[in-house]
Design a protein around this ligand. Structure first.
Ligand code: UFG
Length: 346
């Protein structure tokens, strides 16, 4: 086994929000990166942002993972890859309710096609999967540990994450194709401190922080807070907002764990969060504090499908991965606002 191929990492969805930040961290740790992205929710210009930060341009192949032939040709040309970080997926909860088949086709077809090709390489490949805290639904106990029961998904999107984990688990039980770490993200926000890359929502954002920064930038009149009558300290929902740079670093640590064969089983799961819950109003206050602006908002009805509160127990990631978050909510919100100002030219 030549050492060089341990260093070439395939990042699917590498031009997306979390993917692009992870590509930067990988390159900064000396990995050679090759990105597959279909540009369905991203732009080629993200490559320029990555290059500006790392002085290295990752290799890029515009491929839709549903295209079996294209994926097969890619693997024939890159049989020397040493690991896969799989981000490529559709991620809009509401849209997934409207278009369930597209979500199952894309999010699950992508995994299956990757695994079918990985199998042909005849070696056990490190594989990091983008999963979500959505698999826990409204957990019975907080903070949420990795052994909390998986609840019935409340959207096709959430179900693709659950089924994606199951597909990967099943494969590790019978075949030596991949060693898997599923990373269950809580709420990723923020932008790279260089402001060369950040979140680029298409259309009206569904997520809280991009909606706040777009409202402050004048794209919306006001934020609607979805309910203030929840059983939480101030009545608004509680989430665990994690800076995207902290989250991205966890991918590199998880990859190194697999490359160094430090995993305790060939299918592992880690929660990635800060361990601290913040209410919607606390996020608004963080924005107002760090930007020095006041934000226009109103209280509206609850949003269907929202859980009351979710935040991570981070002990497993802290102890076994040796990773923990370093950035605060204020730093994350501040970076999101600075990024918004940059892309809007304000
Ligand atoms: N919120 C508002 N107003 C908005 C947008 C959001 O009040 O305009 C509130 C939501 O009600 C929620 C909180 O802000 O209480 C966070 O909402 P997000 O949409 O930013 O995040 P979610 O926790 O709902 O979504 C996350 C991930 C999804 C995942 C989902 C599962 O982004 O990928 O958790 O619950 F599916």
């Amino acid at each position: 086994m030549s050492h060089s191929y341990l260093k070439k990492i395939l990042v699917t969805g590498g031009l997306g929000f979390i993917g692009s930040h992870t590509v930067v961290e990988l390159q900064q740790q000396g990995f050679e990166v090759i990105i597959i992205d279909d540009l369905s929710n991203s732009s080629k210009e993200v490559l320029n942002g990555i290059t500006a930060i790392t002085q290295q341009t990752p290799a890029f192949a515009e491929i839709d993972l549903k295209d079996k032939q294209a994926v097969s040709a890619f693997f024939s040309n890159h049989s020397d890859i040493g690991g896969i970080i799989h981000f490529a997926a559709y991620k809009a909860v509401g849209e997934s309710v409207e278009k369930p088949l597209q979500y199952y086709d894309n999010n699950l077809g992508g995994i299956v096609n990757l695994l079918l090709e990985a199998e042909k390489l005849n070696r056990s490949l490190p594989f990091i999967f983008s999963s979500s805290c959505t698999v826990y639904g409204q957990a019975d106990a907080l903070p949420i540990t990795e052994d909390a029961p998986i609840k019935k998904a409340n959207s096709p999107y959430g179900n693709t994450k659950q089924i994606g984990e199951e597909i990967l688990f099943d494969v590790t039980q019978s075949k030596d194709i991949v060693n898997v770490i599923s990373l269950r993200y809580f709420n990723p926000i923020g932008a790279h401190p260089s402001l060369e890359i950040g979140e680029l929502p298409i259309g009206k954002p569904q997520n809280l922080v991009p909606f706040i920064t777009q409202t402050a930038a004048g794209l919306h009149d006001k934020l609607t807070i979805f309910g203030d009558d929840y059983p939480t300290t101030d009545g608004t929902c509680v989430r665990d907002y994690i800076h995207v740079v902290d989250l991205s670093k966890a991918h590199v640590v998880a990859l190194q764990r697999l490359l160094n064969q430090k995993q305790t089983s060939n299918y592992e799961v880690f929660n990635l969060g800060t361990g601290t819950g913040s209410s919607v109003l606390e996020v608004v206050q963080s924005f107002e504090r760090t930007s020095g602006r006041s934000l226009a908002y109103e209280i509206g009805p609850r949003r269907t499908g929202d859980v009351i509160a979710a935040y991570a127990d981070t002990s497993k990631a802290n102890n076994e991965l040796g990773w923990k978050t370093e950035k605060t909510l204020d730093e994350a919100v501040d970076s999101a606002w600075k990024w918004e100002q940059k892309i809007r030219g304000i």
